[in-house]
Design a protein around this ligand. Sequence first.
Ligand SMILES: *Cc1c(COP(=O)(O)O)cnc(C)c1O
Length: 474
Amino acid sequence: MAKSIFEKNIDDISTKPMFFEGFCYEGEFKRKEKVNIPQLSELEVMRHYKMLSDKNFCIEKGFYPLGSCTMKYNPRVNEEISSLKGFLNLHPHQDDEDAQGSLEVMYKLQEALKIISGMDYVTLQPMAGAHGELTGMMIIKKYFEQKGEKRKKVIIPDSSHGTNPASAVMAGFEVVEIKSDKRGLIDIEELKKVLDNNTAAIMMTNPNTLGLFEENILEISKIMHNNGSLLYYDGANLNAIMGYTNPKLMGFDVVHMNLHKTFSTPHGGGGPGAGPVGVVEKLKDFLPAPTIEQKDGKYFRNYNHQNSIGKVSAFYGNFSVLLRAYTYILMLGRDLKKVSQDAVLNANYVKEKLKKYYKVAYDTKSLHEFVLTTENLHSKGINTLKIAKRLMDFNIHPPTIYFPLIVHEAMMIEPTESESKEVLDNFIDVMIKILKEADIEPEKFDLYPLTTETKKVDEVLAARQLNLRYKNEK
Ligand SMILES: *Cc1c(COP(=O)(O)O)cnc(C)c1O
């Protein structure tokens, strides 16, 4: 077997002439034929990528009210800052001494997230919301192990995001689901029924995935803490509460935050994200190493944590995502509160306007998002999927559909703070127009969308045969 150049000893390499084409050394590794690089002009390459991007939908193209996902605008200044050469060219193995600027940014982002979440310590390592959940659940597991307690159970309401039970199970817990009450909130009696000394934690989202605030949160946290259990806050989306309240005030012990939702970093197409985790004082020893710390004005990576759950990412997380989120936070400062205000106002404006035409699933005071149901349109042969497909013909990305699972024919709408009244009014008009179309020509809905690159797809086939090749290739 040929040895890779990395296995050669250093003397061997330094005495041989180096050939830069292909970064190879003369001899056994030198390429015999010319490299077959496609010969294309810059213009041809640009056209290719433009064509690919035109096939996609993005927030710069149109309204994107994807509930729970918080598809807000990603300000260009974030891109400018994250592509500064000093950040881009820094190697993660560089000594602390030479990386003070980057360490300072990470440290200060941690500080900002501590203020926003109310938590005492923050790690930036997790690379997604679900990854943050797993990290948080591992911390909770280790906490009980250290106490010599074998608690196996995690309670999760039926309105939860699907990643919650998945993360709890991956961390080695058993999940117990509890039913929401008639108002879409946690039913305290149901909670008490399943709570026992085997219960490690409850995982909650507040406001929950229906966009409703869990009014009894203080009572719930008291019940949990009296039982020796912890509270996990799924803070993927903080758009409703920033500057008004925080998970610490509600009594939570661990929280993850999606920088790619609340803090405006891009998250299309499964791209890089960040799911920092905050914890209260008593859980700080279990955070992933290294932690980014500061002493006497010097920033450093601290690997010295005996009870750490270990590393959860290579290096320190998605650094360029962290830069973008930090930029967003600095640009807004105290106006982050206004983000929440506008996000809640926009959602309620759309809800109140659409309420006369569509059925709202839980029509109580909602926050940054709300859920419609099209259950009542079944008799017309119309369902949520058909309305979602038709929206695409109006250059609107469909809202989140068929989630949360507790609402039949759900359509979850989150406009975010990014949008103007004109955009919201247009969406409302289109939704009303679609309803009228459904009255007149419901059969046409089997054909929609008509204007998109890919037309009506065979959903069953797509799920059974995962062929992602271009549609003309069989
Ligand atoms: C998006 C979301 C998650 C998961 O975040 P990812 O970054 O996609 O892993 C978890 N919980 C809620 C409520 C979310 O909206």
